[in-house]
Design a binder for this molecule. Structure first.
Ligand code: CU
Length: 383
């Protein structure tokens, strides 16, 4: 009798919660264009991309939910939202390892590019100007830029310097479901492309330049992560949450600390460096932080362009793994997660003790080429 009344009460609470939250959760996933339609709650049929020329010299990255790795913006809104996101494409000289710099092709000025955080069902209105024929500086303060720019200005581990390298580029968001030849089309220096996509599926997704040679454009630095948080969240609550992007670099030295991309090395899959977050020191000089007893959540993306990652945390077991970040793809008790090029996983682990937890690609050739970092855990709190 007791259990029956309890279940009746909890059912009515659930029903009340559902009736309150449902209209909020889907308030903004309404159809906005005549071409759009819905299958299984997901929106398809977005309007054609626009390509035009604009006089623009404002911030290269605009949007409140764009951050520098390993940071992830907090989603401080209920339900769904339309995001106006700008991520211009231009060249920057960046450092990959101490004394190793090259003229990268970038989204937003860093390698990897900014992390975009949205919620499942959100709409993104994306704008990108090809400014590869301009010197664009991202390390000086600008008005109306995204948190990403402030974070780069505060943490310039890549030593970004503007360089000019006019080149056609494009943007391919794996988080979007669209006609690729339309939205992901290549634009010339001076052109701007604008298109929309809906975050139909939860997960952590790669974005990259899709202009030929895709191997070259990706290896030159044009990639990053979109984290689409599930509309009902994950089944656990994390105490700390970070983003980690693994990638290979194929560089050869041409002078004193000057390196260039080597296409033969890329074709032969012989990286000079493999990094977490774009620099061999990114997560060792600035380790991730947590406390003993914390549930740490990592959104790990292997950007490739060609290699796999066997991601492992020394001293921890992954309590839960959501492959590709989709809460339906749940695994338990994993020591290592294998990620092919452009695969991702959202990983939870409990920090067992105060100490140093090394993050590695357990393919140790990659770890020796730089795919290593650390999480430093302080003492247990509030217990
Ligand atoms: Cu490109």
């Amino acid at each position: 009798m007791k259990s029956l009344s309890l279940s009746v009460i909890s059912a009515s609470i659930l029903a009340a919660a559902a009736s309150v939250s449902a209209p909020i959760a889907f308030a903004d996933t309404e159809l906005k264009h005549d071409s759009e339609y819905v299958i299984d709650g997901k929106v398809y049929g977005l309007p054609e991309a626009k390509v035009y020329r604009e006089n623009y010299s404002g911030p290269a990255v605009v949007g409140d939910y764009l951050t520098q790795v390993p940071n992830l913006a907090k989603l401080d809104y209920e339900g769904n939202k339309t995001h106006n996101v700008r991520m211009d494409v231009f060249s920057q000289k960046v450092e990959v390892a101490p004394g190793v710099s090259y003229s990268a092709w970038t989204f937003g000025g860093s390698v990897p590019g900014p992390v975009l955080h949205v919620r499942e069902g959100d709409r993104v209105i994306f704008k990108m100007k090809n400014r590869s024929d301009e010197e664009v500086t991202i390390t000086k303060p600008v008005k109306n830029g995204s948190p990403f720019l402030q974070q780069v200005q505060a943490n310039t581990y890549q030593n970004n310097q503007p360089v000019v390298n006019p080149m056609p580029h494009s943007m391919d968001f794996h988080s979007g479901t669209v006609a690729a030849e339309d939205k992901w089309r290549t634009i010339s220096p001076g052109e701007t492309i604008e298109f929309e996509w809906i975050a139909n599926y939860a997960g952590t997704y790669m974005y990259h330049c899709g202009t030929s040679s895709v191997l070259m454009h990706t290896a030159m630095g044009q990639y990053g992560a979109v984290v689409v948080s599930p509309k009902d969240g994950y089944p656990t609550d994390a105490d700390k949450e970070y983003v980690l992007v693994q990638s290979e670099h194929y560089l050869e030295e041409v002078g004193d600390g000057e390196f260039i991309y080597n296409h033969d090395a890329a074709l032969n899959r012989q990286p000079s460096h493999v990094t977490f977050n774009g620099h061999v020191g990114a997560l060792s000089d600035s380790p991730l932080r947590a406390d003993e007893g914390d549930r740490v959540r990592l959104h790990v993306l292997n950007a490739g362009p060609s290699g796999t990652s066997s991601f492992h945390v020394i001293g921890a077991i992954f309590d839960r793994v959501w492959y590709e970040g989709d809460p339906r793809n749940e695994w338990y008790g994993m020591q290592t997660v294998l990620l092919g090029a452009s695969n991702s996983a959202t990983i939870d682990f409990i920090v067992p003790e105060e100490g140093i937890y090394k993050l590695v690609d357990h393919e140790f050739a990659d770890a020796e080429l730089g795919a290593a970092g650390a999480l430093i855990a302080g003492p247990r709190k509030d217990k």
